[in-house]
Design a protein around this ligand. Structure first.
Ligand SMILES: NC(=O)c1ccc[n+]([C@@H]2O[C@H](COP(=O)([O-])OP(=O)(O)OC[C@H]3O[C@@H](n4cnc5c(N)ncnc54)[C@H](OP(=O)(O)O)[C@@H]3O)[C@@H](O)[C@H]2O)c1
Length: 244
């Protein structure tokens, strides 16, 4: 479970533990992971998912303790909070390294464990931003588009090998890294903000139903379809109305 130290990841870890999963909680902040591990009877791994060598070391240590895995949740992610022309180049690189490549490195490193544990599951926490691009969140959105393509491609590749890849696209969720209620403009978008626990419940139902690609809340799906049909119009409207 990556990005388990706060927000959606911590909520998913609690929900999974409630269903009897033993979770290995992975993130960079040990001080945040340890109390959660005590609460859910889980294990802690401190790791930066954007650092491929660190991910490989961590996966080797986890697979030593747990040779067969039932589930990998790729959830670690960071916001960009600005457009391509304003955001510092280093942050643009970091957003891509964590949000997109982090999941790639984790899947590759944990794959032997998933194969030994099959039928196994991978949940990629992507975003509505992976399907809708608009100017104020360009770099973040680009990283999530890449993560979505990764998730869709590996779903096809791994299904015949007994590993089910699920893409979960949340809309606006109030968390530490994404304090949506304070950055969103008032009105429709602010009212649509949900809690991390709602995403966690959704992930449990995705695992039960075996859904391949979902939105939470489900009514975001038409936005994704609309952007595919009329990208300029939807991007302009969303960019103008979403943020303060
Ligand atoms: N909140 C939203 O509106 C929203 C909407 C759609 C999708 N999402 C996605 O949901 C996921 C979780 O975000 P959140 O809203 O729950 O935000 P959050 O509360 O800030 O949680 C992000 C988690 O990712 C971890 N993380 C960040 N960089 C990392 C790195 N380099 N290596 C390992 N772990 C790292 C953080 O832990 P450490 O800092 O301890 O490493 C933290 O546990 C992200 O992928 C985000 O893009 C969020």
């Amino acid at each position: 479970m990556t990005g388990a130290s706060s927000g959606i990841g911590a909520a998913i870890a609690r929900a999974l533990a409630g269903r009897g999963w033993r979770c290995v909680l992975l993130a960079r902040r040990r001080d945040r992971l340890e109390p959660l591990a005590a609460e859910v009877d889980g294990e802690v791994e401190v790791c930066d998912v954007g650092d491929r060598a660190a991910v490989e070391r961590t996966a080797a240590a986890v697979l030593e303790r747990h040779p067969a895995l039932g589930l990998l949740v790729n959830n670690a992610g960071i916001p960009g909070r600005s457009g391509f022309l304003e955001l510092e180049p280093e942050r643009i690189e970091e957003v891509l390294r964590v949000n997109y490549l982090g999941g790639v490195w984790c899947l590759r490193a944990f794959l032997p464990g998933l194969e030994r544990g099959r039928p196994a599951h991978v949940v990629n926490v992507v975003s509505v931003a992976g399907t809708v691009a608009f100017a104020p969140s360009g770099p973040y959105s680009a990283s999530k588009h890449a993560q979505l393509a990764f998730s869709r491609a590996t779903a096809m590749q791994l299904r015949p090998r007994g590993i089910h890849v699920h893409t979960v696209n949340p809309g606006f969720v109030e968390t530490e890294g994404f304090p949506q209620r304070s950055v969103l403009a008032s009105g429709f978008f602010r009212r649509s903000v949900i809690k991390p626990e709602q995403v966690a419940e959704h992930v449990l139902s995705v695992l039960e139903r075996g859904s391949t690609e979902t939105f939470v809340p489900g009514w975001y799906r038409p936005f994704a379809l609309a952007q595919a049909i009329a990208p300029g119009l939807v991007g302009r409207l969303a960019g103008r109305r979403a943020y303060r």
